[in-house]
Design a protein around this ligand. Sequence first.
Ligand code: SAH
Ligand code: SF4
Length: 349
Amino acid sequence: MPKNIDLKSLSKADVYHFAAEHGLPKYRADQLLHWIYERYALSLQEITEFSKALRSELAHAAYISNLELADRQRSKDGTEKFLFSLEDGQTIESVLIPDKDRLTLCISSQAGCAMGCGFCLTGGMGLVRNLKAHEIVDQIISANRLIAPAKITNIVLMGMGEPLANFDEVVEALWRITGLMGISKRRITLSTSGLVPKMLEFPAKAPDVNLAISLNATTDEARSRIMPINKTYPIKELLDACRRYPLRPRRRITFEYVLIGGVNDTQADAKRLVKLLRGIPCKVNLIPFNPYDQSNMKRPSEETVLEFQKVVAASNMTVLIRESKGQDILAACGQLRGKQKSSEDKEAC
Ligand code: SAH
Ligand code: SF4
């Protein structure tokens, strides 16, 4: 075994293997997993269930990595944005969204994103790199430490990145989040821009979490203009995959539709949307475009948004207007950028 293994980088099976290689019984591996994923230990030294001798023996071979909190901002609506630095100095953002009895954490799956959607600040960065499974999970662990004794109840993979473009690490992260952190798969939603082959591969490999599709337009012409992935997987292919997607009884796919002024917000669009989604067990979330400096796209008027909703609702479809929170701190959907604003002190979390 090489020295200095990051225990967080190991899968559950690998932690068992690690324990066995160090002559430890299985219950010691379970203790390690418990301390990492449920008690959020920052280091082996915190695992007081282990004797001092055992802790220092293990410390010769392994350690527990942690994200560094580089910045934390609080919106006037209660939303909080965490900027985390990774071990190689890259930065990612996670957003905490308190809502009634829920505490949702919106997590990132990549630093940047390669998909290049024209309405998304993250897309404008390009892909910096994929996150490792533990860097995905660690956003939740770190947030839980920061907000203790409160605890995250819901997870959305709607932060930076296209989760299905980082398939293996995201799938492994989901197994750890559901299996080791004990967050129910029903309380987790993965959002994708529509990588069709990966969408179809996903149900057989990953826990059965909720699926959201960023549709955002009703013609291939309009969708390809704002979401380049549509040129590879056009609307029909995407919706055929949704029709084939194995949904449990009473589960529905969520379609996200970012309403952009003059781009995709007409009543004709609303009518086409209804037609396109016919036969798919689903609900629609309308997200009025969240503006940012580098974009000249516009959010439609409130009246246009309400009219759009009315047309869709007339078909008996569930359609909600999702006003993203945290806009004053650039924490809303599509506004995540991951750059550190200043060189404030960092702290482990
Ligand atoms: N890459 C995934 C998940 C991250 S984006 C995806 O595209 O689904 C999360 C959501 O934010 C998507 O539904 C996307 O359409 C939306 N979004 C991106 N930029 C936005 C913006 N500027 N205003 C409002 N919503 C935006
Ligand atoms: Fe990437 Fe999603 Fe932004 Fe598109 S909307 S650029 S897929 S993060």
